[in-house]
Ligand binder design. Structure first.
Ligand code: EPS
Length: 387
């Protein structure tokens, strides 16, 4: 992300998460309670979450870049408080010295950052790596992504996030832009309410078994202008940029654009989307197996990105591991955790795809202000339809 730049800092049990977003155009209406906090709440929700979410009530506070409800064009800084920090103040203290560290974690959890990160950064208290690897960090991504969604909305682009497979149960049920509220009403963020009982039963069983579960989530955007990204260089291709951003999310192990995996199994005549033109509508494709991207450039169809989430690595019935201090066999550490966080992951995937898409939008249209963005997108849409 070179035009819209995003960085964050903050540990899972530190005092705050800090978000920096550089390159936001001036004049963007931005009121955290209205535009950011609802997304933070959605990320906190979903069936299968642990007790931490009872402690936290995530809300974003603006530290820089907004005056009187509008962005100024200066770097945007947001802060999210970790309420749980009060319970961890001594353990997480940055001050040197003091009593030996409490709650040192030495029994590396298979599948988590613990062992590789401990070796890499030279820590024997694995908390020094796990605190930053924790999915708590995804609250920062969602706050930044909510701003990206605001930028996209100014350009006529709308995003959505849903779960299409969870706990081993398929729950696609098809996309329905007119019923997005139903996703907020579903504890699994799915339109397929008929599958909910089966998913709930599996999550409940996994919790009883001390186990965890994964799933597949989808982020989708409509109104995407044709021509974002580029075919000209590997690192400018938008599909590659999306995959990197989505793969960087904790526990995401697979990314698909459109019908990616299915398309690999059938002939090209059943994969590529035929093109039509209509004077009012411009170019269009009745099917969208490409998921809105051809050769790394948006083609004007809905952008569809799916991501596979592995089960969370902290198991209450732990796997065998080794204590990194004694080198003795041990049961992996048990930290309070979630049984599953697939519905939350859908919001994080939406946030990361929104950031990449907004970056590509700002790169193409180069606006300093939201007014310039709107004008340039409208002119480009007219050009592309008549092309
Ligand atoms: C996480 C472990 C749990 C999750 C956390 C991610 O945290 P805790 O140990 O404090 O209960 O709740 O996720 C969040 C705090 C969050 O806001 O998403 C982990 O180990 O990754």
């Amino acid at each position: 992300m070179k035009t819209l730049r995003f960085l964050s800092a903050g540990e899972s049990h530190g005092p705050v998460l800090t978000v920096l977003l550089d390159g936001v155009p001036a004049g963007l209406p931005l009121v955290p309670a209205e535009h950011v906090d609802p997304w933070l709440r959605r990320r906190q929700g979903g069936y299968g979450r642990g007790r931490r979410q009872v402690i936290e009530t995530d809300a974003a506070r603006v530290l820089a870049g907004v005056r009187a409800g509008r962005t100024t064009g200066a770097p945007l800084s947001l802060q999210i408080e970790n309420r749980d920090w009060r319970n961890w103040e001594t353990i997480m203290s940055p001050e040197p010295g003091g009593e030996p560290r409490k709650r040192a974690l030495t029994k590396a959890r298979p599948g988590h950052v613990d062992l590789a990160g401990g070796i890499k950064y030279g820590h024997k208290d694995l908390r020094d790596v796990l605190e930053r690897a924790s999915a708590r960090e995804t609250a920062s991504r969602v706050a930044a992504g909510a701003v990206a969604l605001r930028i996209l909305a100014e350009a006529g682009v709308k995003g959505s996030a849903r779960v299409v497979h969870m706990a081993g149960v398929p729950c696609d049920g098809g996309m329905d832009w007119d019923r997005l509220d139903a996703l907020d009403d579903s504890p699994f963020r799915t339109f397929d309410t008929a599958s909910e009982d089966a998913i709930r039963a599996r999550v409940d069983q996994a919790k009883r078994d001390g186990d965890t579960l994964g799933g597949v989530v989808e982020a989708r955007f409509r109104g995407v202008p044709v021509g974002l990204g580029s075919h000209t260089q590997w690192d400018r291709k938008l599909d590659g940029r999306l995959a990197q951003a989505v793969m960087s999310i904790q526990a995401i192990k697979g990314v698909e654009i459109g019908d990616g995996w299915q398309n690999a199994t059938v002939p090209g005549s059943e994969v590529h989307d035929p093109v039509f033109h209509d004077d009012g509508r411009g170019y269009y494709r009745p099917s969208n197996r490409a998921g809105g991207l051809e050769a790394g450039i948006t083609n004007g169809e809905e952008l569809v990105v799916r991501a596979a989430m592995k089960p969370i690595a902290t198991l209450m019935r732990p796997l065998p591991t080794v204590d990194v201090v004694t080198h003795e066999p041990a049961d992996a550490a048990r930290e309070r955790s979630d049984t599953t966080a697939v519905p939350a992951a859908s919001i994080v995937v939406l946030a990361m795809t929104a950031l990449v898409l907004a970056d590509a939008l700002l790169e193409k249209f180069g606006p300093d202000t939201v007014r310039e963005l709107r004008e340039r997108v409208a002119a480009h849409r007219a050009y592309a339809a008549a092309y």
